[in-house]
Design a protein around this ligand. Structure first.
Ligand SMILES: [Zn+2]
Length: 357
């Protein structure tokens, strides 16, 4: 895989890119960064581009719109080694299964003490850093407390609140937000050679998640969205057996759960907006305004806001090892109460519920 040579080629994240460019241009790269923000919006790709630039012995320095720009050359042995995953001064740590384990952190520690082989720094990218188990996190903290001068550690996380506060406090935090759809659509036209309509639909369906937009098939994404939204119909929510099988199905994997929660969250956002948006220009699901309008008519604004708050809490605070189906079930039960117009304070959950192992 060929990683980007310049930040300009990565859509969005202007602030993050400016901070990182300045760090390299002034040779003030921090020892530890935390790249945080929602999943699939380009944090890891930016980290790879940053490391590639930092490692390249012939970076191109320029200016664009009055700001300094920096690019790796993309052709030297160092750049090619980054692309092929064989650079001796770049190590990537990812969860082994669902966790980052102490063994992986020990490997990092054994490597970080040695001087870089080619470049001037050694780069370590810890993807999904919040997946470190407690033993790994404590081990990692020791490295963060006294990192060797030549090392750069980049923690990438969509759930930074799951990291130890002592880890967070030692990293320079760089926040990433999904790029605006208006920016993503032209980028997709250029990057993927799509027509304007197709690019807009793909930008919409990927919800600003550049990682998905860059690779996703618009037709498949649409089918997936419609499958998730199908679970929100009144008939299906009212059928307890169906509701529980949907919860299992739409939360089969952690990624699937994330997609389902995002899709529901955006749907609810659209439900709030649609009455005030006659030409549907502000909707994210721009292709289905009537469906959004019809669903929204049956539900109170308060219930929608309460569900959004619940989803927000679950996304941020639910521990990684929580039963995924249970998370989605909680949301669907809340929505069921919303569409049948009942308060959630009663024992509805218990009546319809079943015992989960
Ligand atoms: Zn190079």
């Amino acid at each position: 895989m060929s990683f980007e040579t310049a930040f300009e080629r990565i859509v969005g994240h202007a602030h993050a890119k400016a901070v990182l460019t300045a760090a390299l241009a002034t040779d003030r790269v921090a020892h530890a960064y935390l790249f945080h923000g929602e999943a699939h919006i380009g944090k890891f790709l930016t980290a790879m581009a940053f490391a590639k630039m930092g490692l390249c012995p012939h970076p191109k320095i320029g200016r664009s719109s009055g700001r300094p720009t920096l690019a790796s050359c993309g052709q030297c042995p160092s750049c090619l080694a980054v692309d092929s995953g064989s650079h001796p001064d770049l190590q990537i740590v990812r969860p082994d299964g669902v966790q980052i384990k102490i063994r992986q952190i020990r490997d990092l520690q054994n490597s970080i003490v040695f001087k870089p082989m080619i470049g001037s720094r050694k780069w370590f990218l810890i993807d999904e850093a919040d997946a470190m188990n407690p033993e790994a996190a404590n081990g990692f903290l020791k490295t963060l407390e006294e990192p060797p001068d030549h090392s750069v550690l980049i923690l990438v996380s969509a759930r930074p609140q799951a990291l130890l506060p002592t880890i967070l406090s030692r990293c320079q935090a760089v926040r990433f937000s999904p790029p605006p759809l208006q920016a993503l659509s032209p980028w997709l036209q250029k990057q993927r050679g799509l027509g304007p309509e197709e690019a807009r639909l793909l930008a919409t369906l990927s919800m600003g998640r550049i990682g998905i937009a860059a690779e996703g098939d618009p037709a498949e994404l649409k089918i997936e969205r419609d499958r998730i939204l199908g679970a929100l119909s009144k008939e299906r929510l009212e059928d307890p057996a169906d509701l529980f099988s949907q919860s299992d199905d739409l939360a089969a994997t952690p990624e699937q759960l994330d997609r389902s929660l995002d899709t529901i969250e955006i749907w609810l956002r659209d439900v709030l907006i649609v009455p005030h948006d006659p030409d549907a220009s502000l909707l994210i699901n721009q292709d289905i305004p009537e469906q959004i309008m019809a669903w929204g008519r049956a539900v109170s604004t308060d219930a929608v806001l309460e569900t959004l708050t619940l989803i927000h809490l679950l996304k941020r605070a639910a521990p990684r090892n929580l039963n995924h189906a249970l998370v989605l079930e909680t949301v669907l039960l809340k929505l069921r109460d919303a569409v049948i117009g009942e308060s959630t304070t009663g024992s509805k959950t218990g009546e319809a519920g079943r015992v989960r192992k």
